[in-house]
Design a protein around this ligand. Structure first.
Ligand code: ADP
Ligand code: MG
Length: 238
């Protein structure tokens, strides 16, 4: 335990929560499939970043996460890799309709970046990723969702529009990510986030990531996550 504490300290990782899984040192510690390891290597990722060292084992264990780390620290892979494993673990991929993983981000640019990163890891595993955000044809996105996907990356407003149009159902969704939660609050998306969360089954795994953790964001996290592990890296403002 002292070793684990020292290792966390060396990476400026602070954790809280019940029974927190140990941080990893190398990607191999996660026992990823060969295909996923290949994708990680292909990305040029030699070793996990600090947030990845702690968030990957927590996410892979099925726990909810409140993740706080500054921009550029590798948060995307920290939630996408466990999402891919979660999807690959599902007994049947195509029986029912709708995505298994849902990722919400505040802006179309961020949603698009996550979409690109998710696709790199998803493709080798035959997992389909759809991106839905404003500024692009709603009809095209409607059709793409109807064609089927396992992961959807969305801005909150557009996702709600498409849910109303019945372009997708979230019946099968069991892994929800709220990325850049602080910015979603700043942009006034709290009602949309609450609406989306309310449409996803309560036994889901929920991961909330943010560069900062103002009180109102932490409060929402505590409401919609179950028994989360909180992982904070470095100096973070509140
Ligand atoms: P954040 O969401 O925390 O701002 P990103 O997930 O967008 O950060 O990652 C920032 C950059 O770092 C991206 O270009 C990403 O491909 C790269 N990256 C992520 N993880 C690693 C890693 N383990 N090794 C090297 N580069 C990485
Ligand atoms: Mg990010």
């Amino acid at each position: 335990q002292q070793d684990v504490d020292d290792y966390r300290k060396s990476l400026a990782i602070r954790v809280s929560g019940f029974d927190v899984p140990k941080p990893i040192k190398v990607f191999k510690d996660c026992a990823f499939s060969t295909a996923l390891m290949k994708a990680i290597t292909k990305q040029g990722y030699e070793k996990p970043t600090a947030i990845q060292c702690q968030a990957l084992p927590v996410g892979l264990s099925g726990r909810d996460i409140i993740g706080i780390a500054k921009t550029g620290s590798g948060k995307t892979a920290a939630f996408v890799l466990p999402m891919i494993v979660h999807i690959m673990d599902q007994p049947e991929l195509t029986k029912e309709e709708g995505p298994i993983g849902v990722i919400c981000a505040p802006t179309r640019e961020l949603a698009h970046q996550i979409f690109l990163e998710a696709k790199k890891f998803a493709k080798l595993n035959g997992i389909r990723v759809a991106a839905v955000y404003g500024g692009m044809s709603k009809l095209d996105q409607f059709k793409e969702l109807k064609a089927g996907c396992e992961i959807v990356v969305a801005t909150p407003g557009r996702l709600i529009d498409l849910l109303k149009m019945k372009a997708l159902t979230m019946m099968k969704a069991t892994y929800l990510v709220l990325d850049e939660a602080d910015r979603m609050f700043d942009l006034g998306f709290e009602p949309q986030i609450r609406s989306i969360v309310g449409q996803i089954r309560p036994d889901r795994q929920t991961l909330l990531f943010s560069a900062t953790m103002p009180y109102k964001v932490e409060k929402l996290a505590r409401e919609i996550l179950s028994d989360p592990v909180r992982v904070a890296v470095g100096e973070v403002g509140s």
